[in-house]
Design a binder for this molecule. Structure first.
Ligand code: ZN
Length: 270
């Protein structure tokens, strides 16, 4: 990697860690309906965190996962979210910007759109697993933010017709989940609303991605549910949040969709 590219990826990594630390605040405060603007405090003793204790990842390691004041354990969720966010920002910058000879020609709007999706996904993933909830306050703004950057990316690429696919992707995905909710009743309203956002991203890359990303969530969720029944003796009806599978399937499709679709087309001999 050229020195300039290595620097860009490193900056993206550090920026991702800082964003991750903000995502931790959102994860903690959105379900509790708390203000996002207060200073960070220890959830056990209420001690205000100093500047050093707000440094992502590193402060948790130095404090060995304990509050400096009361020695209460600090959840590993904090450094994990920060580390995952940092790695994801670094990785997306590496695959979207660095391959371009001249970074001025890189698709920065697509990078912002994808990193926005990563941020939203981390928040929704943790909140859904912990509270079985996909808050509207996270999902609704995503239609506008993601929509704006995805559309801008198509316009910059000189492909205004591609905007139609963003809208079609959202419409297909949203209606599919809506239909499923009406038929089976096992899909929640939060899942339907999230499906529209994910459909925009999948549609951006084409119809094949919309189909694969949508089916993939059911395959991943199904395998997991089967595993629970087989290995943990879970009841068939035990409640499993579906949002994480929708998010995971979308990211796997964005990463490997082209290869999977090509492999499938070869398999059925089209
Ligand atoms: Zn404390």
């Amino acid at each position: 990697m050229a020195p300039l590219n290595a620097l860009i990826v490193t900056i993206a990594f550090v920026f991702g860690a800082i964003i991750g630390s903000f995502l931790n605040v959102l994860i903690l405060r959105i379900p509790a309906d708390k203000s996002l603007l207060n200073d960070s405090t220890c959830s056990n003793c209420g001690n205000k965190l100093g500047a050093f204790e707000n440094v992502p990842i590193i402060s948790w390691i130095f404090l060995r996962g304990k509050c400096r004041n009361c020695k209460a354990k600090i959840s590993a969720q904090y450094p994990l979210v920060e580390l995952f966010s940092a790695l994801a920002f670094g990785f997306t910058t590496w695959i979207l910007v660095v391959p371009v000879e001249d970074t001025a020609g890189a698709d920065w709007t697509l990078l912002i759109a994808i990193d926005y999706l990563i941020s939203v996904s981390i928040v929704l993933f943790v909140i859904d697993v912990r509270e079985k909830l996909l808050p509207d306050s996270v999902v609704f703004p995503s239609y506008f933010v993601a929509g704006a950057f995805l559309i801008a990316s198509k316009l910059i690429a000189g492909d205004p017709a591609g905007i139609l696919w963003i809208i079609i992707g959202a419409a297909i995905s949203f209606s599919f989940y809506l239909l499923l909710a009406l038929v089976s009743g096992s899909i929640g309203g939060g899942d339907i609303k999230l499906a529209g956002v994910l459909g925009m991203y999948l549609g951006f890359f084409g119809l094949g991605h919309v189909i694969l990303g949508t089916i993939g969530a059911f395959i991943l969720g199904g395998i997991f549910a089967l595993g629970l029944v087989l290995f943990k003796g879970a009841k068939r009806k035990s409640e499993v949040p579906f949002g994480p599978w929708m998010l995971l399937s979308t990211f796997l499709t964005l990463l490997f969709g082209r290869q999977i679709i090509a492999w499938y087309i070869a398999l059925i001999g089209l």
